[in-house]
Ligand binder design. Structure first.
Ligand SMILES: Cc1ncc(COP(=O)(O)O)c(C=O)c1O
Length: 397
């Protein structure tokens, strides 16, 4: 065989990572919907609300006013000011404009942070269950993931001893995500503070993914960005996607030490450049005007969570903790393993889709084998329809 013909055109680097499990699930559901199949869709990781009107209007105005050109890589100064001011007002942080950079979604900020901080052989501590992209972004940087199990009985919250036990001489980064996707777990401010402090003492960087920070129902909204004394070793990743129902606008940000933020912008400047200019203008409106829309959406999520949880808990065999944040339920479905040809959460998700026309995401992609993720960012009607279909499906298994 000719080695030239058989050699892969792809680098070892790109082969280290996989396609996003959540996007793959969404694609299959989309094709079924396009074929006219009525699905109860709990798969999407995005709000069901429209983007609030005043934010949309700011985007329209930006187009009409010809604010449609390149901007500085990390966003216009007005936006960076709006980001840091909002954060300071809500969490008592104290970041300067040069310590603030906007990006194309929180995902890009996270990608940039990990690429500039991690080298080959460095370790990143990642609590399980984790958001799908953490591990692939770390691997793309050449880093190694050190997964730390949390306890389902404690609502999957991470604790300082769990993190401390996982630290080695190669630990470079600890990734925090509270509230968490997929579990909705909220780690207490006290525990977050202890984790940040133990990292700071050892010179380990904390990357705190706070994309769901405003969707915290515990009554104790908290950002580790308020821990000024540890700022040298902290990068806060934020996003407008979930907070303002702006997933498609692609606007996120990072707050952190100037040399790191500057390196992240260097990388961004050599890849995508500035985040979309129209979205930047809409983001200024979102961050600088009344936050009532955020409070209203939060109140609705709490009702949706309680409604769906009540329904789910009535299905015999399903065990589900009550999440304190984000918009996901993460039920344990392992009681059904061994029944009707179902042996994993992937089997459950596949059968739910094809037999019950319910979209969920298997826990495997998030690092646990016994759960499925259900997003309750949808209407009460869809929740009711889905619960009924799931009750019938699991009852038959
Ligand atoms: C935990 C977490 N981090 C980051 C992101 C990225 O969000 P975006 O790039 O839309 O800001 C998501 C999106 O689902 C997420 O769930």
């Amino acid at each position: 065989m000719n080695p030239v013909e058989t050699a892969s055109p792809l680098t070892e680097r790109i082969n280290r990572i996989g396609f996003s499990a959540t996007l793959a699930a969404a694609n299959e559901a989309d094709s079924m919907k396009a074929a006219g199949i009525d699905l109860a869709d709990f798969g999407a990781g995005e709000p069901h609300f429209a983007t609030p009107e005043h934010i949309k209007q700011a985007g329209v105005a930006a187009i009409k006013n010809d604010q449609t050109k390149y901007t500085p890589v990390g966003g216009v100064k007005e936006l960076r000011d709006a980001i840091r001011t909002r954060h300071a007002q809500d969490f008592g942080s104290n970041y300067a404009v040069e310590e603030t950079a906007a990006s194309t979604g929180g995902k890009q900020a996270l990608f940039n942070a990990i690429q500039v901080l991690m080298a080959h052989g460095d370790e990143a501590i990642i609590p399980v269950p984790f958001w799908v992209s953490f591990k692939d972004i770390v691997r793309y940087a050449g880093g190694e993931c050190v997964f730390v199990d949390t306890e389902e009985a404690d609502g999957f919250a991470m604790t300082p001893p769990m993190i401390e036990r996982a630290i080695t001489s190669r630990t470079r980064v600890i990734i925090l995500n509270s509230p968490s996707n997929p579990s909705g777990a909220v780690t207490s401010p006290e525990d977050l503070e202890r984790i940040v402090e133990l990292a700071h003492r050892r010179g380990i960087y904390v990357i705190s993914d706070e994309c769901y920070v405003y969707l915290n129902y515990s009554g104790r909204v908290f950002s580790v960005g308020s821990l000024n004394r540890c700022r040298e070793h902290m990068i806060i990743i934020g996003s407008l996607s979930k907070t303002y129902s702006m997933t498609g606008w692609r606007l996120g940000y990072a707050l952190g030490p100037k040399p790191i933020i500057s390196a992240m912008q260097k990388l961004q400047g050599q890849s995508t450049g500035n985040p979309n200019t129209i979205s930047q203008m809409a983001a200024i409106a979102a961050l600088s005007s009344s936050q009532q829309c955020v409070a209203d959406m939060r109140a609705d999520y709490i009702q949706l969570r309680d409604h769906m949880l009540r329904g789910l808990q009535q299905i015999p065999g399903i065990a589900c903790h009550r999440p304190e944040g984000a918009f996901y339920l993460y039920p344990n479905v392992s009681a059904f393993f061994g029944r009707g040809g179902v042996n994993s959460s992937e089997d459950v998700a596949r059968r739910l889709l094809h037999d019950a026309r319910v979209v969920s995401v298997a826990g495997e992609g998030f690092g646990t084998r016994e759960h499925i993720r259900l997003s309750y960012a949808t209407s009460v009607d869809v929740i009711d329809k889905g619960i009924q279909r799931m009750a019938e499906f699991f009852g038959r298994l």
